[in-house]
Every structure is written in C-alpha cells, then in structure tokens.
Design a protein around this ligand. Structure first.
Ligand SMILES: Cc1cc2nc3c(=O)[nH]c(=O)nc-3n(C[C@H](O)[C@H](O)[C@H](O)COP(=O)(O)OP(=O)(O)OC[C@H]3O[C@@H](n4cnc5c(N)ncnc54)[C@H](O)[C@@H]3O)c2cc1C
Length: 382
C-alpha cells in the first residue's frame, strides 16, 4: 500500500518508521530543507518515552544522540507554596531528536523528500485523487498518487483543511521561549503558576546545564507581555542575562485538544499536532503522538477504525483538558490550597508512580489518596 505522510516532525517520522517496518511503501514529505529546524519546542519528556522500543537500545552516552539533560526533580511554584517533586525527566534537542527519528524511518525504507511543500489535493476527470506537492529546489509541482495520506503537518495542518476536517472549533496557545544565561541547578527544572505569572498557563525555567536554561511561557493572549514580565520578575533569582546577539527566541502555536476533533476521513488520517493530540495541562505533544502512531499503524494494518481505536488516548487527553479548565479559572488562594495538597507525601508517591502520560490512573489515584482534590471541580461549573 502506498502511504504518503506530510510533515517530518516527531509524529510524521515515527509513524513513517512504523509503517515502513510493517512493509508499506512510505513517502515522507517535509517542507523545510533541514529536519527539526527551526526548533520550536522546549523538549521535555517524561520517563514514559523510554517505554518505546526505539529508545531501549540507546548508547549509554545518550547525550551524543539527542538528550541534553536529565532531571530528577521538578519544582512547582504557586504564589505562596513551593512543591519539590522527585521525578525523572529528560530534555532533548529537538533538531537532533527529529533527525534521529527521520533516520530510523529512512533505514526502515521510508523515502524522505525534504524541501517539499504539500499544497493541496487534486482530483482529475476520472475522479482519481493525487496530492500536489511543490519541490522547493526547482519550484516544480509534482502530482503524487496515494492509497492513504497522513497529515502530520503540525498545528495549522493544510492536510486537515484540504480533506475537510473541521478545524474551526480549534483553539491555540502561543508559546514564547528563549535561552538565557545564568546560574542554574541542572538537576531540576522550575514551573511558576498564578495570575501574576500568566492567568491561563505557567512559566518554565528548564536548565540545559549549569549556565544555560530554556525559559518560556504560553498563553492564549498577550504572551509577549507575560513573557517579559516573567523574565523580569521570576528569573532574577537565577542571575540571568540574555546572551546578546546569540539569544534565540522561539515562538510557535500549540493546538488545544478538543473532543470534537475527528482523526480520520476516508483515506486521510491525522496525527500529532495536526490532530491536536496534545496534553492540555502541559502542552506536551510528543509522547501522545507516539502513542497515536502505534494506534494508527495498527488501524491501517488491520482495517480498524482509527477514530474508535484512539478511544483510550482520547480519554486521557480529555482528563488533561478537564484539569486545564480548572487551572484556567482557579484563583491564587485556591491554587495555594491545591499546592498544599500536592506537597503531602502520599500525593507525591502517586505522582512518582504514575506519569502525566498515563493521566487516567494518575488522576484516579490522586483522588483516591486525597479526596479533597474533588473540591476544585467547582471551577468546572462556574
Ligand atoms: C514553545 C513550545 C514548547 C513546547 N514544549 C514541549 C515539550 O517540552 N514537550 C512536548 O512533548 N511537547 C512540547 N511542545 C509541543 C511539541 O512541540 C509538539 O506537540 C510536537 O512538535 C508535535 O509534533 P508533530 O510532528 O505533530 O508536529 P511538528 O513538530 O509541528 O511537525 C510538523 C512538520 O510538518 C511540516 N509541515 C507543515 N506543513 C507542511 C506542508 N504543507 N508540507 C510539508 N511539510 C509541512 C513542518 O515543517 C514540520 O516539520 C512545545 C511546543 C511549543 C510551541
């Protein structure tokens, strides 16, 4: 079966790799001339990523491959409470990470075309469908036939639009990030919540090393204002300085998961950010897209309905969305109360056992151990 994948981000490369391994004829088209560039991501992964087979046999010195740093603690700050969570987390260099995945796909048999921009779907007089893809090296427009097309082309997916997926309901966060110089503890990263930081998300300081950190914030509105305020007021403790001209600002949009989203229409499937398969609490999309890749390949190989097979992943994303709806409305007083509950040993044990990438058991066990979490559900109803 000929499968065309649009977009060589983590979702597109990983699904191409799995499909090629299953024996399909896979073509992967990427509009940029370098995979993984420009970087528009912090690159944090929970230890859940190590469960995927492709990461089992990484060389012991994995920093050579794509890991930039490894953490054993996360510091969560509300306006009045600081919680130190003991957790294993990883920071990746997205350019190297994306290239690693694309190489796996290539080695498995995927044909990769960089500098190729998907324009639109085309149907001829005989009702035969093809994709119009522009080769940016010579501006030639190619007609590419397919049995199946997969949109892995990110948050503003042209594939989703061309194949008439309803994306009108979709809402987005804007993320802004920069690398700053300062003094950091490289073993932990920091998050800052509260209305003075940003009413609808949080700010983060994620050290790459003792001297450099990725600092950012996301919001649905006014993100630049919140970012400047965050740098001014919350990064002082790190004696930060911007690295003059070498400072790299990254800014990008992140889709918010919606339960109205459809993931398959006829011969077209969506995956990753193009399908808004993103955890609404943290805006992490890499691990959900990997999980979706396995479900998609299984659906294609066995002629299952992808929309239905995604049920478990969708349930998890919905749990994240509910939590996000609470965080969006919570006042600083209640946020402090929530953080006091999180500080307890019994809650920390649950957070250590179940990662955010397994949200259903995580949230169920949090409520079983600390039923007062349910009190915050009031924010869902006002
Ligand atoms: C500031 C910020 C911080 C983030 N931090 C994290 C984090 O710490 N952890 C995490 O898990 N997630 C994080 N995310 C989210 C994460 O970056 C995305 O969920 C992830 O990149 C989604 O992967 P993807 O392959 O679906 O899409 P993308 O990575 O967006 O890849 C899509 C690819 O498609 C290509 N493309 C687009 N249109 C076309 C076209 N018409 N033709 C051909 N190619 C096309 C693009 O060039 C791109 O390479 C962050 C996002 C932002 C903005």
């Amino acid at each position: 079966m000929k499968i065309v994948v649009i977009g060589a981000g983590p979702a597109g490369s990983y699904v191409s790799y799995l499909l090629s391994k299953s024996g399909h004829d896979v073509e992967l088209y990427e509009e940029h001339n370098e995979i993984g560039v420009p970087i528009q991501c912090t690159g944090l992964l929970s230890s859940e990523f190590k469960k995927f087979e492709i990461f089992h046999d990484l060389p012991s010195n994995i920093s050579n491959v794509f890991i930039v740093n490894k953490f054993n603690e996360i510091v969560l700050n509300s306006p009045g409470v600081k919680v130190e969570l003991s957790q294993e987390e990883f920071l990746v260099n997205r350019a190297k990470f994306d290239s690693y995945l694309a190489n796996l796909a290539l080695e498995a048999g995927t044909k990769i075309f960089i500098s190729h921009h998907f324009i639109k779907k085309s149907v001829n007089d005989k009702k035969e469908e093809s994709l119009l893809i522009k080769d940016k090296n010579n501006n030639e427009i190619k007609k590419v036939g397919y049995d199946i097309v997969i949109g892995a082309d990110g948050p503003l997916s042209s594939v989703a639009k061309e194949f008439s997926f309803n994306t009108k309901h979709r809402k987005y966060y804007h993320g802004v990030q920069a690398v700053i110089k300062g003094n950091f503890n490289p073993n932990c990263y920091y998050t800052y919540f509260g209305n003075n930081v940003c009413p609808d998300f949080f700010g983060w300081v994620v050290p790459e090393s003792k001297t450099h950190a990725r600092v950012g914030i996301a919001s649905k509105n006014n993100v630049k204002k919140y970012f400047n305020n965050f740098i001014e007021k919350y990064c002082r403790d790190f004696n930060f300085e911007f690295e003059g001209e070498s400072i790299k600002f990254q800014s990008a949009i992140i889709p918010i998961y919606s339960s109205k989203q459809k993931f398959q229409k006829g011969k077209c499937y969506l995956i990753g950010d193009s399908a808004a398969q993103v955890k609404a609490t943290t805006l992490g999309g890499i691990i959900p897209s990997f999980k979706a890749a396995h479900i998609l390949v299984d659906s294609i190989n066995n002629n299952f309905c992808y929309n239905k097979q995604l049920r478990k992943l969708r349930r998890g994303l919905k749990v994240h969305l509910l939590a996000r709806n609470i965080f969006d409305k919570i006042n600083d007083n209640d946020l402090n109360k929530l953080f006091y509950l999180v500080k307890q040993d019994k809650v920390q044990k649950v957070l250590k056992k179940y990662s955010r990438d397994n949200p259903v058991p995580l949230f169920v066990n949090l409520i079983l151990k600390e039923p007062r979490f349910v009190l915050f559900a009031k924010y869902l109803f006002n």
